[in-house]
Structures are given as structure tokens and as C-alpha cells.
Design a binder for this molecule. Structure first.
Ligand SMILES: [Zn+2]
Ligand SMILES: [Zn+2]
Length: 111
């Protein structure tokens, strides 16, 4: 299956398997200098405060994610790592729960 991605330089659609844009030759996998910098005060729904679970808001003043509830500030990269670790942890927990339920002979645990 051929995934299509957009060239960051010329915006042409090109195959994701290409290392370089077939139209302009720009590298396709280069990380953007400022990865999707959100507007000031914009809520980033998928980022939650590790301390209290409230939504984090991007502050262009500090260039960090700030919690709307407890005022803690976090580096965007730190939060991204945190979310990734959490996601993989949740996947582990799901897997372990499935193992336990199959050992116990329960079909499925509701929440
Ligand atoms: Zn291009
Ligand atoms: Zn918080």
C-alpha cells in the first residue's frame, strides 16, 4: 500500500516511501524547524498535564506547554515523550488484562 504524503517544500503529493520529493527534490523526512507550533493560548486537546490531568495550553511567550489548572510548565518534547510512554503503557495494561481474563476464563472485563 502506497501512502501519500505532502512535500513540506512544494506541497505536492508524493509517495511516502520516497526519501526525496519527486517534484522538487526536497528531503521528505526532515523534521520541521518548528514542529506545528500552535497559536498562543490554543488548547492542545491531546496533551494533558501529567500532574493534574488538565488540558495543557501552548504559551508562545515561554514556548512551553502550560497547565490551565496548576500552572506547571512543560517542554513540548517532554510531554510528547510522556504521552508516548503512557500510550505504550496503556497498550501493555490492555495486553496484561487480556491475559488475566483469559487465565480466569472471563470473556471480557468491562472497564
Ligand atoms: Zn517538493
Ligand atoms: Zn496541572
Amino acid at each position: 500500500m502506497a501512502d501519500m504524503i505532502r512535500c513540506p517544500a512544494c506541497n505536492a503529493e508524493t509517495s511516502a516511501s520516497n526519501k526525496f520529493c519527486e517534484f522538487c527534490g526536497s528531503p521528505l523526512n526532515a523534521a520541521p524547524v518548528n514542529p506545528t507550533a500552535p497559536a498562543n493560548g490554543k488548547k492542545i486537546e491531546e496533551y494533558k498535564c501529567p500532574a493534574c490531568g488538565s488540558p495543557l495550553v501552548f504559551s508562545t511567550d515561554s514556548g512551553k506547554l502550560k497547565c490551565s489548572a496548576c500552572d506547571n510548565e512543560y517542554e513540548v518534547g517532554t510531554i510528547q515523550q510522556y504521552q508516548e510512554k503512557r500510550a505504550s503503557l496503556n497498550a501493555d495494561i490492555d495486553r496484561i488484562l487480556k491475559e488475566i481474563t483469559s487465565i480466569l476464563g472471563i470473556d471480557d472485563l468491562e472497564d
